[in-house]
Design a protein around this ligand. Sequence first.
Ligand SMILES: *Cc1c(COP(=O)(O)O)cnc(C)c1O
Length: 439
Amino acid sequence: MSKDKIFQLIKDEEARQKAMIGLIPSENHISPEVSEVLSSSLSSKYAEGYPGRRYYEGNQVIDEIENLAKERIQKLFNVPHANVQPYSGSPANSAVQFALLEEGETMMGLALAGGGHLTHGHPKVTFSGKYFNSIQYGLDDNDRIDFDQIRELAKKHQPKLMIIGNTAYPFLMDFKKFREIADEVGAWVLADISHVTGLVVAGEHPDPVPHVDVVMSTTHKTFRGPRGAMILVTQRGLDRDEKLASRIDQAVFPALQGGPHNATTAGIAVAAAEAARPEFKKYAQQIRKNADVLADSLKKKGLKLVGDGTETHLMLIDLTNYSDGMGLQVAFAMDVAGIYANRNTVPNEPLSPFYPSGVRLGTPLVTTRGMKEAEMKQIADWITRVVEEVKTEVLPSDKVERRTFIKDFRAKALQNKNLLAIRKEVEAMASKFPLFSWD
Ligand SMILES: *Cc1c(COP(=O)(O)O)cnc(C)c1O
């Protein structure tokens, strides 16, 4: 019997990752140990419920695994309660909202256009925006979270839940200041630290735990674990409502989910142990150093960055000085040249999320591979050359013309000799680095 084509495709994907340079700030490479756990027999078990209270027999070992994952996470973040069952970040945010709000009640979150996440109440299309009364705040003139606006909106709308967190915001989150405003209106505070969890653990980003009631995080971004999520209940949250932990647990199961993904649970336990190692602290420090060098090098070469830089693992190139809606062309051309990132809106985006004017970059992937400052300078050089190559490919304003333009542009870029020459250089450098390295 010939082997399933899927296995060849997996090899192809691994080869792609090895030959290219990944700058998507929400991605990471997992350790061989986390990988081993994910393909284990733990996937073959149903375990609806929580340790000691399952709806299926045969969960003696799974109970121990989930308890160990919870204990390690609680210790790492210094919180009295953790739920490690959410399937991913989006359902985890839904669970917190479902636990704290009734239908139609008011919550506040950062708008997508300012770097917020869809699940923070984006209107019309999302569960959070349709089911609750969602108020969205934005950024000030310096592209920083606008606390004056937050206070004004909070006083006016009296939200029951206020969310701080983001997915395309290059600066540190001020949890303390946010909490002070929430206290003025008596709101619950959820910190969604999905992007920066690894930085928080290593002390490279402020810790939300002393200031908020609930923390949500994905486990697969800077935390470098399996695809999944966790919800942490702080002492502060429990002091306000002793039932908060059970409300959160019930919102995850049975309100929104069925059986937990046990292999993922075990992967979170392994990732938590890895994050407690001194090498992880060095990893997070290097993410930051790499981000600073990448940002400075891009700026020196004349590229504009949203907010003029970064305080985290990510940055946004603002391409509006060339033309509006250049994000797609630049991200596509970078991919042809061997560097994958994602196109992204910029604050006050003149066009749309499909034809945005920015590109989002981050350093978690390359840092996991062991790349350092010298490689960041080289990467900035390549990106600048790509931008030079396509900066005159201006998007037509007519919507129908746009589609043909993009099709033609893509076909041309795939044959572009200068982009393909950069790709050769990228591959030569990238292939020297393993996907995962502790040094
Ligand atoms: C990635 C992310 C999520 C959603 O996670 P998924 O696992 O993609 O569902 C939620 N919030 C923030 C801030 C994120 O960055």
